[in-house]
Structures are given as C-alpha cells and as structure tokens.
Design a protein around this ligand. Structure first.
Ligand code: UT7
Length: 332
C-alpha cells in the first residue's frame, strides 16, 4: 500500500468590505503613508466593523467558500481545526461553533493557538491526522479579527494588523501530493516582545487592566523583527536543503505577511525572484492566522499540479517554521 500524504484540495477566503487605508490612519495617529509603506509594505487593511460579529464570522465565510469550490458536503468533514489568536470568547472554542454553523455536524473541532504561526502549525496537525489514515477530510481554518485587540491610538501596532479569514481542505493523496516535510520551532523568550498582558489566568480582567489598556496587543517591533528576519529565512533555507530543493525547484514561497522586508529577506536567502513570492500584505496587512490561506486564495489561479511550495511563518511566542508542500490540482 502506498504511503498516504495530505493534499490541499480546496481553498477559500474572506475579508470584510471596510478598507482602512494609510491615509485614514494618518488622521487617527501620528504616522504617514510613506513611513508605513517603506517600513512594512502595507497600503491598506480590511476591518470587520460590525460590533456583533467576531472571528467566527470571518471563519464561516471562508470555510463556506472553500467547501463550495469543490462541492464538499460539510457532513463529510471529520475535523475542523480553527487556528486563531482572537477566539470569539475565552471559553467555548470558536472552532466548535464554526463547525456547527457550516453544517459540519459529524466533525469534532478545536482551536489551535500559536499567534501568527497558528495556521502553519495547523498544517502540521491536519496533515498528521490525514497521514495516520484515521480521517479523510480535515478543514483547517485560519481567521483573526485583529481589530478587536488593537489600540487605534498606538501607532506601533495599529498600522500593521487587519481582519480576515482563510480555509483549506486536506484530503488523502495516494499519488504523493501535499505536505512533504516540516521544520517547526518555538522559543518562550518571545513572550515579552509580543503579547497581551491581561485577560488570561496570570492577569485576569479588572477595571485597572482596562484603564491601563492591557487588553491590547503590545509589540516590541524591533526585537520581533530581528528574530523574525533571521529565523524565517533560516527555516526556509533549511527545508530546501533537507529536501534537496534548489531555487529552481521551488515554484512558490508562501510567507506569513507581517512585513515586506522580512519576506524579501527570506526570498533572498532562498535565492527566489520576486515573481515566485506570494505577496498581498499591501492589501490586507498582517491578518495573523489568515495570511497563509489568503495568499493561496489570491494565487490559486496561478498554481499548477506538482508545483513545489514552501510555507513559512514567524509569530508571537515566539513560534516559527516552514512547511514544504507539493500542490495537488490545477485551477478550474
Ligand atoms: O506577525 C507577527 C510578527 N511580527 C512581526 O514580524 C513584526 C516585526 N517588526 C516590524 O515589522 C517592525 O519592527 C515594525 C514595522 C513594527 C516597525 O518598524 P521599525 O523599522 O522596526 O521601526 P522602529 O520600531 O525601530 O521605529 C523607528 C522610528 C521610531 O522613532 P525614533 O525613536 O527613531 O524617533 C518610532 O517611534 O519610527 C517611529 N514609529 C513610527 N513613525 C511613524 C513607530 N511607528 C511609527 C508609525 N509611523 N506608525
């Protein structure tokens, strides 16, 4: 019997309609379009304005599009993994609600939390379930309503993040397509550099934590940048080396969209030209768990069966890694 590999067989995505441009941010904080563009590559981001909608809304739209694209009956889904840093609520996993809302009534579901690497780690988890032979259809969703945890008076963070959701379906392949290898890492040293201090068991919510704005994201950008720029490049180069992939063999880099300069450094280290690098940070900013699947959605029509893709991310924690995938289908 041939080895089962975990192929991506469909992708779907969703971003809200409201566009927050650099120009609009200029009216909100002391910043300017030129600074944001040259330091990050971001021009605009999408914001979910409806106060009665959380991350689950983004996830549901993305998941529905994904399943519709290849006519998958939600009742056939075995597992829904919800990668997110912004669950609807601290308790009751968001994925469980999402699974029910999309009609995945025969699935079990849970949330996977690893900041900006949540989706990348989720790829590893989803692939392992498929490779084990235990499950046949695993839906991996990455979605974040980052605007719910951002202080729009803090110019160090509010210019970076946006809202969005993406979903991919993993199914068994007997032809060897899908996830080939992974190189995942984490380091708790990062906890001080990118965090939300309050609202967890260490510092429960109080009137004081609200007054001190401790429920918003804090980022020491310089430190995170230094770790990100070397580690994302390192793991990407490492996974190429381990799989004997030359720059010519790699068709696409699918990088976490945190900063164009980090992406460029990773591509350079891999020896890849710009046209092999998926980039949509200018449109969406950093959507945390949604960046990788939203790249796939935007570039799906260009992907060909057999293409070699290297996914790479770096995020809070710190969490980072690279996953090597061979693409399983030509776009319809
Ligand atoms: O996805 C999770 C992982 N996150 C990341 O990978 C993010 C990594 N970090 C970064 O992308 C970058 O560090 C930032 C984009 C966040 C910041 O860029 P930077 O080049 O590291 O800028 P900086 O923090 O060193 O700030 C440089 C200057 C400072 O002014 P002084 O001290 O030199 O006078 C900041 O106060 O730019 C100032 N500054 C701004 N100016 C205009 C900081 N934010 C802004 C702003 N507009 N929005």
């Amino acid at each position: 019997m041939s080895k089962i590999t975990a192929a991506i067989t469909a992708v779907g995505g969703y971003v809200p309609d409201y566009v927050l441009t650099n120009k609009k941010l200029e009216e909100m904080v002391d910043t300017n379009d030129e600074w944001i563009t040259t330091r990050t590559g971001i021009k605009e981001r999408r914001i979910l304005k409806d106060s009665d909608k959380g991350t689950s809304y983004l996830a549901i739209q993305a998941a529905k599009e994904c399943l519709k694209k290849n006519n998958t009956d939600p009742k056939d889904i075995d597992l829904v993994i919800m990668s997110t840093a912004t669950p609807d609520m601290p308790v009751a996993a968001t994925g469980v609600y999402v699974a029910s809302q999309i009609g995945a009534i025969n699935a079990f579901s849970y949330d996977l939390v690893a900041a900006c690497s949540s989706f990348l780690y989720g790829m590893s988890t989803a692939a392992s379930y498929i490779e084990s032979g235990r499950y046949k259809k695993v839906l991996l969703i990455g979605a974040d309503k980052m605007s719910s945890i951002i202080d729009y008076e803090d110019r160090a963070t509010c210019i970076i993040f946006g809202d969005g959701g993406g979903a991919v379906l993993f199914e068994p392949s007997e032809e060897g397509y899908g996830v080939q290898d992974e190189f995942l890492r984490s380091d708790g040293i990062g906890r001080q550099s990118l965090k939300i201090d309050a609202g967890g068991s260490l510092m429960p919510a109080s009137a004081e934590t609200v007054a001190n704005k401790q429920h918003f994201v804090f980022q020491d950008g310089k430190t995170v940048f230094k770790f990100a720029v070397s580690n994302m490049a390192d793991v990407s180069a490492k996974i190429m080396q381990r799989n004997n992939l030359s720059a010519d063999d790699v068709n696409w880099l699918v990088p976490h969209q945190a900063n164009k300069r980090i992406i460029d450094a990773t591509a350079k280290r891999m020896g890849l030209d710009d046209e092999k690098v998926m980039m949509n940070i200018h449109k969406y900013g950093n959507t945390t768990s949604a960046t990788l699947p939203l790249c796939l959605v935007d570039y799906e029509s260009k992907l060909k069966k057999g293409d070699n893709l290297v996914f790479a991310s770096f995020g809070g924690g710190f969490t980072w890694g690279a996953v090597y995938v061979t693409w399983a289908y030509d776009s319809k």
